[in-house]
Design a binder for this molecule. Structure first.
Ligand SMILES: Nc1ncnc2c1ncn2[C@@H]1O[C@H](COP(=O)(O)OP(=O)(O)OP(=O)(O)O)[C@@H](O)[C@H]1O
Ligand SMILES: [Mg+2]
Length: 159
């Protein structure tokens, strides 16, 4: 199983989804690409996952600073937002991104569609779409074999 689509009709549902996701990635870590329009719910998912993992600091959007990192949970968390870099800028940090995909850490990357072809590593892609008001659709896809267990785990918990 490589894909799962989960509808979150409220922010509370997204919180439950993030909790389940956090439990699944807590041991091994994961490299996660998030796609979706402005305001879809990419940062909201990262924030809720980081909180579920035990991050103590306030989790904010890294859109101006490009990278936020959190070291107060039992696994390090890195959160990139590449929106401001645009196409050419992103190709200059591909090697750095690759390093963030290795070892026991969780790395989230928003707005990486610019560099899709340059991200060959094992990862989870999350596509977020706005449904209406507080309803959002989260689609999870495993790229490569290593993260299929996450999709299967999410399938078992429902949210
Ligand atoms: N079910 C839901 N799931 C996620 N977010 C929700 C939900 N309902 C309402 N929201 C709200 O939608 C907004 C999503 O904004 P967010 O910053 O996460 O978007 P984004 O995809 O990161 O956008 P950007 O491309 O600007 O970074 C938040 O204000 C969040 O509280
Ligand atoms: Mg965001």
């Amino acid at each position: 199983m490589k894909n799962i689509v989960i509808k979150c009709e409220t922010l509370e549902n997204t919180k439950k989804l993030a909790k389940n996701f956090a439990r699944l990635v807590n041991n091994k870590g994961c490299f996660v690409n998030l796609f979706g329009d402005i305001g879809a719910g990419k940062t909201a998912f990262v924030r809720l996952t980081a909180e579920a993992l035990g991050v103590k600091e306030k989790v904010t959007s890294p859109s101006f600073v490009i990278l936020n990192e959190y070291h107060s949970a039992n696994i390090p968390i890195y959160h990139f937002d590449l929106y401001r870099l645009e196409h050419t800028g992103i190709s200059t940090i591909t090697d750095e991104l690759r390093e963030y995909s290795e070892g026991k850490k969780i790395t989230f990357v928003e707005w990486a569609e610019f560099s899709q072809g340059e991200l060959p590593f094992e990862r989870i892609e999350i596509n977020v779409t706005y449904d209406d008001d507080d309803s959002r659709i989260y689609e999870f896809k495993s790229i490569g074999e290593n993260n299929k267990y996450i999709i299967e785990g999410l399938n078992q918990c429902g949210y």
